[in-house]
Design a protein around this ligand. Structure first.
Ligand SMILES: [Zn+2]
Length: 181
């Protein structure tokens, strides 16, 4: 267990550049990814869905998103997030590996401290302050950690299905026959 977690004020938007979702064609792990480089990711940046198993591809370029607060789906293709699991009667979920690591570090740490983010300063837009209380509550820690390890196993299984991901290079994962942006 890590002894110390530093909250650098990372916002949920910083995890949205790449979202793992369930493929509508084969139920494998697909990636919804921005096709333009912006930092932080823009809400309305065009996105492309690419399945890592069956190579299904779909583009998104609308001017509105479906914000389903009570559904564990991505905001663009409205597909279920790949990394989600029931936990304490709630849904525990993560957009991607980076987001999952953030949650593992946060929940696993004995000591949480908040430091000023060099870019965003003090802000209650930080993911830590926005996290539901049930995730942060000490009494739920063991269950939440178990849930996070279920998500980690699910991520590992999906990574094994994808030879490109195995090489640690998911940024260039594209179905053959499509042009790089
Ligand atoms: Zn697929």
């Amino acid at each position: 267990m890590r002894e110390r977690f530093q909250d650098t004020g990372e916002s949920v938007y910083s995890f949205m550049g790449e979202t793992l979702v369930v493929c509508p064609e084969c139920s494998g792990c697909a990636i919804s990814r921005q096709t333009a480089e912006t930092d932080p990711p823009g809400w309305f940046s065009p996105r492309r869905l690419t399945c890592r198993r069956c190579s299904f591809v779909k583009d998104w370029a609308k001017r509105e998103i479906a914000r389903g607060w009570y559904r564990v789906c991505d905001d663009y293709f409205e597909l279920p997030l790949w990394l989600q699991t029931p936990c304490r009667g709630e849904a525990l979920w993560a957009y991607n590996d980076h987001h999952l690591s953030f949650l593992e570090n946060l929940v696993g740490a004995r000591l949480r401290e908040r430091v000023r983010h060099e870019k965003y300063g003090w802000s209650n837009g930080s993911l830590t302050s926005r996290l539901p209380l049930w995730i942060k509550a000490g009494k739920n820690r063991a269950d939440v950690l178990k849930g996070l390890s279920r998500l980690r196993r699910r991520l590992q299984v999906s990574n094994r299905e994808d030879p490109l991901q195995m090489s640690g290079n998911i940024v260039n994962t594209r179905p053959s026959g499509t042009k790089p942006r």
